[in-house]
Design a protein around this ligand. Structure first.
Ligand SMILES: [Zn+2]
Length: 142
């Protein structure tokens, strides 16, 4: 349900897997690999909580909104860092060559093109939501 968010977390440099399989198996892997579960499924969120796996139940799949909520809960950075960005397709850390990035695993190449305007816009929107909530004193971990 949160495929789009996965792409963004990878761009921001976070090791993120998009899980399409069985819920129970996902929880086992999350536990084993020390991962945090982001979900829109209340049942999954409850089950993870009961099993002591860090979980964040997201109410919206809107990317800036979901990124802001994740930043609030787990302190992720909402700034693009060219040195730590990952392949949006396969999650491999990208190698930076001047103004380009290359994925060793899937061979994809990335550069700052016209789509970059949209990426920057969405990230600043996420930061705006984050700062706005912070100034209002809301906290999703309450
Ligand atoms: Zn790749």
């Amino acid at each position: 349900m949160l495929g789009n968010l996965v792409t963004w977390l990878r761009i921001l440099g976070y090791d993120t897997e998009y899980w399409k399989g069985d819920d129970k198996e996902m929880l086992e892997i999350a536990k084993k690999e020390g991962r945090i579960i982001l979900t829109k499924d209340r049942g999954v969120a409850r089950f993870a909580e009961k099993n002591g796996i860090p979980v964040l139940e997201l109410m919206s799949s809107d990317v800036p909104e979901a990124l802001a909520t994740t930043a609030e809960a787990f302190g992720i950075s909402l700034e693009f860092d060219r040195k730590r960005t990952r392949c949006p397709v396969c999650n491999t850390p990208l190698k930076s060559y001047g103004s380009r990035w290359l994925c060793d695993k899937c061979g994809k190449e990335y550069w700052i093109g016209s789509h970059w305007v949209d990426i920057s816009k969405r990230l600043s929107e996420a930061r705006r939501i984050f700062l706005e909530r912070k100034s209002l004193g809301s906290n999703v971990l309450k």
